[in-house]
Design a protein around this ligand. Structure first.
Ligand SMILES: Nc1ncnc2c1ncn2[C@@H]1O[C@H](COP(=O)(O)OP(=O)(O)O)[C@@H](O)[C@H]1O
Ligand SMILES: [Mg+2]
Length: 268
């Protein structure tokens, strides 16, 4: 009772997602080794990590695609660990998977409609479709085209657009920059930021591309071998020596050769 009164009112209400000591396995392989993190409402939170760090597993566990072995996933104060993916979407969490995974034989418009499968408000769905087209005009132009014929960048836009059709409060984005040109990466991250600011969608994204991920984020985490090894404001993380060396490829003046080697080892 006293504790509650003493706690600053905003500190708790503004946290939309809290992950505590999460562990997930593939058979005997422990891919997530006790991960904890927090996402505040209205923010963009980036989780950085090299290939195999456990980023995808983390998102799959939050969105219910995988069940955790241990730990808590508190969404708006409720433990959703182990809930069906369907139920989690209905509660407002949408997962935009790694590699986009659009339905290649369906048209752009049909893909968007699939994203709204949890809804029945026809007018709202139509409005949101127009909202998606306003952020991604190229999708409007291609609305009758099969999604499989779109470029990688357009498919990423469609995957995000399809996710928006569920009216998420929290969007989980798995490597939205993967395989895209620097120009397209910039374009997509600009739109992610606009969606966050203008539509009020809280974003949690996981990325190997540390630079763009930190530029767009309010807060950041670094994951290595299934564990969180760093957490800080995005600006601070960007200034951190370790992040600069290992994730941003910035060379320090001293011990150049050794650090170049370390960086390579971490990345590949
Ligand atoms: N389907 C799977 N079966 C077994 N091991 C897996 C599977 N998917 C991922 N892993 C392992 O789990 C760890 C984390 O993988 P993942 O979450 O995909 O990392 P990231 O998304 O950061 O590249 C890696 O060691 C990976 O080899
Ligand atoms: Mg991955």
């Amino acid at each position: 009772m006293l504790m509650q009164e003493e706690r600053p009112a905003q500190a708790d209400t503004s946290v939309i997602l809290t992950v505590r000591n999460l562990e997930s396995y593939y058979g005997p392989i422990m891919a997530i080794r006790g991960v904890s993190l927090e996402v505040r409402e209205g923010q963009i939170v980036s989780v950085l990590g090299a290939n195999g760090a456990g980023k995808t597993t983390l998102l799959k566990t939050i969105s219910g695609v995988m069940d955790p072995e241990k730990g808590e996933i508190l969404y708006q104060g409720r433990d959703i660990a182990g809930f069906d993916p369907d139920k989690i979407v209905r509660m407002g969490i949408v997962h935009v998977p790694e590699g986009r995974e659009v339905f290649p034989l369906l048209t752009v418009e049909e893909n968007l409609k699939m994203g709204a499968y949890v809804r029945s408000d026809a007018d709202g769905i139509r409005q949101d479709q127009e909202m998606v087209y306003s952020y991604f005009p190229i999708l409007a132009e291609r609305r009758r085209q099969a999604a499989g014929t779109l470029s990688g960048g357009q498919q990423q836009m469609l995957a995000i657009g399809r996710g928006l059709m569920a009216r998420p409060k929290l969007m989980l984005l798995d490597e939205p920059s993967l395989g895209l040109s620097p120009r397209l990466v910039k374009e997509i991250f600009t739109i992610i930021r606009r969606l966050n600011r203008e539509q009020g969608v809280t974003m949690m994204l996981v990325e190997q591309n540390a630079k763009v991920a930190l530029e767009v984020a309010d807060y950041g985490y670094v994951m290595e071998l299934g564990r969180m090894v760093m957490a800080n404001d995005a600006r601070r993380l960007m200034e951190s020596k370790d992040v600069q060396e290992f994730y941003l490829g910035v060379q320090q003046e001293t011990q150049r050769g050794q650090k170049r080697w370390k960086q390579k080892k971490t990345w590949r």
